[in-house]
Ligand binder design. Structure first.
Ligand SMILES: [Zn+2]
Length: 483
C-alpha cells in the first residue's frame, strides 16, 4: 500500500513538474512561427478575397485573436486597434488560405523489388507541413490508407503540437472487390459498407470516399450511412458512372470527366472497364460539346454534385509536363530514392504520353461544368508515379485552372471558397471577410497579373498565427517518399 501510495505521489509530482516545464517551454511550433502577435494589422496589401472579385489595391486587414476583424482601404486611415502590431506589406498580395479537397497524407512508395506489394507510404511528417507551407490551411484527405494515423495527426495539429492544416479526415477508401494497393480493405457487400462507414464515423472521421470497384448496392449503403451521420461522401468511381452515382445520392466526384466510365461502349453494370482503356476511349471518341457530356453535366448540377479538379496529377500523365525547370523546389523535398523514381516515371511517360490528349479535354469539361452552374473545387492528389508534391501540387493545380481558361481570381476561388461552401464551413473559412478565421496566404507578387506568383508564398496565417513557408519547406528537405 505504502509503496503504491508513494508511487502515486511520485507520479503526481512528475506530472506536475512536466506540466511546469511545458509551460515554460516555447511552443513546439515556435521555430516555424514568424508572426504570433494577438492583434495584427496587415497594412497596404493587395487583397484577392477568394470570392472571385477583382483584386483590391492598398487595403488593410485587421486580425485579433485568430480572426479577421476588419478589411478596409488603407486610405481610410482608421486608427489602429490598441496594442496592434502593424506590418507594412506594400507590394504583397493576400489571398485566403487554400481549402484543398484532395489532400492525401501519403505518397507513392518506390515499386521495389519488382513484384513487391503495392502500398502507399504514410507521409505523417512531410505532407502536413508542405500543405501548410504551400498555403493550404484546410485539407480534406480524400481517402486514407492509415485513418487512425490521420486522426491522430489532426489531434496533434489542432493541439498546436505539429504544423499542418485544419484536417477534414476522410475515412479509409471504401473499395469493392479489386484494388491496387494492399492497404485498401475490400468490402464484402452492402452490409460491410454500411458497417465500415458507421465504425469510422464513430471513430471521428468527417468525410468518406468511395473507390473504383464498389457496386451500386455498396455505394448506396455507404452514401445512406454517411448521410445518416451528417457526413458527405465523394467518389473516384470506375464500376459506376457519374450519372448513376448522382442518382444514388453522392455529394462529390473526384477528377472529372477523365474517370467517368458511363460512355465506355459495352459498359456492364458494376464493372470497371479499367482506367486506361476508358481514358483512351474518352480521348478518341467523346466530345465535351457532345450531347451525352452536356446531359451528364446537367444531371450533376441538378443533383448538386460537386467536382474536384485534380489537373496537376493528370498533367503528370502527359509528355514533359510540367516543364522541368518548374520542378526544382518540389524536387528538393523528395528523398533521393523518390526523386529517382519520379524522374524514371517521367521519362517513361514522356514516351507513352498516356494522358496528354486528355488534359485539354478535361480542362474544357471543368470550364463547361462551372459555366453550367456546377461547384468546382480543387486538390493536389499526390499519387501517380510521384512528383505531385503536397502544397506544390495545389499551386500547380491553380496554374492549370488558369491554363484551362479560368481567370486567376476564379481559379483562386475554386481552390478556396468553393471547398468551404461544399463543406458548409463558408461562415468561418474560404474567403477574406470580417468574422472569418484569419487563414491567409501572403504572396510576394500579384497572382492576378501572373498566376505563377501563387508560388511566392512568404507567410501562411492559420487562425492568425503566421508560419514561415520557407522554414516549413526546408524542414521537409528530402523527406517526401520517406516519411
Ligand atoms: Zn486521390
Amino acid at each position: 500500500m505504502l509503496i503504491a501510495r508513494r508511487t502515486a505521489i511520485l507520479c503526481i509530482s512528475l506530472t506536475l513538474s512536466l506540466t511546469a516545464a511545458a509551460q515554460n517551454q516555447p511552443s513546439p511550433l515556435a521555430y516555424y512561427v514568424k508572426e504570433a502577435a494577438p492583434v495584427l494589422v496587415l497594412e497596404h496589401v493587395r487583397v484577392i478575397d477568394g470570392t472571385g472579385s477583382a483584386p483590391q489595391e492598398d487595403m488593410r486587414i485587421d486580425i485579433a485573436s485568430g480572426k479577421i476583424t476588419a478589411v478596409q482601404p488603407a486610405s481610410a486611415h482608421v486608427p489602429y486597434p490598441p496594442n496592434a502590431k502593424v506590418l507594412n506589406m506594400t507590394g504583397k498580395t493576400v489571398i485566403p488560405g487554400l481549402v484543398g479537397m484532395h489532400e492525401h497524407l501519403f505518397y507513392p512508395t518506390p515499386q521495389q523489388p519488382n513484384g513487391g506489394v503495392s502500398f502507399y507510404g504514410e507521409a505523417a511528417d512531410s505532407a502536413p507541413r508542405l500543405y501548410l507551407a504551400g498555403g493550404v490551411t484546410t485539407a480534406r484527405t480524400a481517402g486514407s490508407v492509415e485513418p487512425y494515423t490521420d486522426l491522430e495527426l489532426k489531434r496533434e495539429i489542432d493541439a498546436g503540437s505539429l504544423p499542418g492544416p485544419k484536417l477534414d479526415v476522410t475515412g479509409p477508401y471504401l473499395e469493392g472487390k479489386g484494388r491496387f494497393v494492399i492497404q485498401m480493405h475490400m468490402l464484402a457487400d452492402a452490409d460491410d459498407a454500411a458497417r465500415t462507414v458507421d465504425y469510422w464515423a464513430a471513430e471521428g472521421v468527417t468525410s468518406f470516399k468511395a473507390y473504383n470497384y464498389l457496386t451500386a448496392d455498396e455505394l448506396k449503403a455507404a452514401i445512406d450511412h454517411a448521410h445518416a451521420h451528417g457526413l458527405k461522401i465523394t467518389g473516384h468511381l470506375c464500376s459506376i458512372g457519374f450519372r448513376q452515382a448522382a442518382t444514388l445520392g453522392i455529394d462529390n466526384l473526384e477528377h472529372g470527366l477523365a474517370v467517368d466510365t458511363e460512355f465506355f461502349p459495352g459498359k456492364k453494370p458494376d464493372e470497371c472497364p479499367g482506367l486506361l482503356p476508358n481514358l483512351a476511349y474518352l480521348e478518341k471518341s467523346v466530345e465535351v460539346e457532345g450531347p451525352e457530356v452536356r446531359e451528364m453535366i446537367r444531371d450533376l448540377v441538378a443533383h448538386h454534385v460537386a467536382i474536384t479538379s485534380t489537373l496537376a496529377i493528370f498533367e503528370s500523365l502527359g509528355s514533359n509536363r510540367p516543364p522541368m525547370d518548374r520542378e526544382s523546389a518540389a524536387l528538393k523535398t523528395l528523398s533521393p530514392q523518390a526523386a529517382k523514381e519520379y524522374l524514371l516515371g517521367r521519362a517513361q511517360v514522356a514516351e507513352q504520353d498516356l494522358g496528354g490528349p486528355m488534359l485539354p479535354k478535361e480542362m474544357k469539361f471543368e470550364r463547361e461544368f462551372v459555366a453550367a452552374g456546377g461547384l468546382l473545387m480543387a486538390g493536389c492528389d499526390p499519387t501517380g508515379y510521384g512528383g505531385v508534391v503536397p502544397g506544390f501540387g495545389d499551386q500547380r493545380n491553380i496554374e492549370l485552372l488558369v491554363e484551362a481558361g479560368f481567370s486567376p481570381v476564379e481559379a483562386i476561388r475554386i481552390a478556396s471558397l468553393n471547398g468551404a461552401l461544399y463543406m458548409g464551413r463558408d461562415a468561418s473559412i474560404g474567403s477574406i471577410a470580417p468574422g472569418k478565421a484569419a487563414d491567409l496566404v501572403v504572396l510576394g507578387g500579384n497572382p492576378a497579373e501572373k498566376i505563377e506568383n501563387i508560388e511566392k508564398v512568404e507567410l501562411v496565417f492559420k487562425d492568425g498565427i503566421g508560419f514561415d513557408s520557407a522554414k516549413l519547406i526546408r524542414s521537409a528537405t528530402e523527406l517526401v517518399g520517406l516519411r
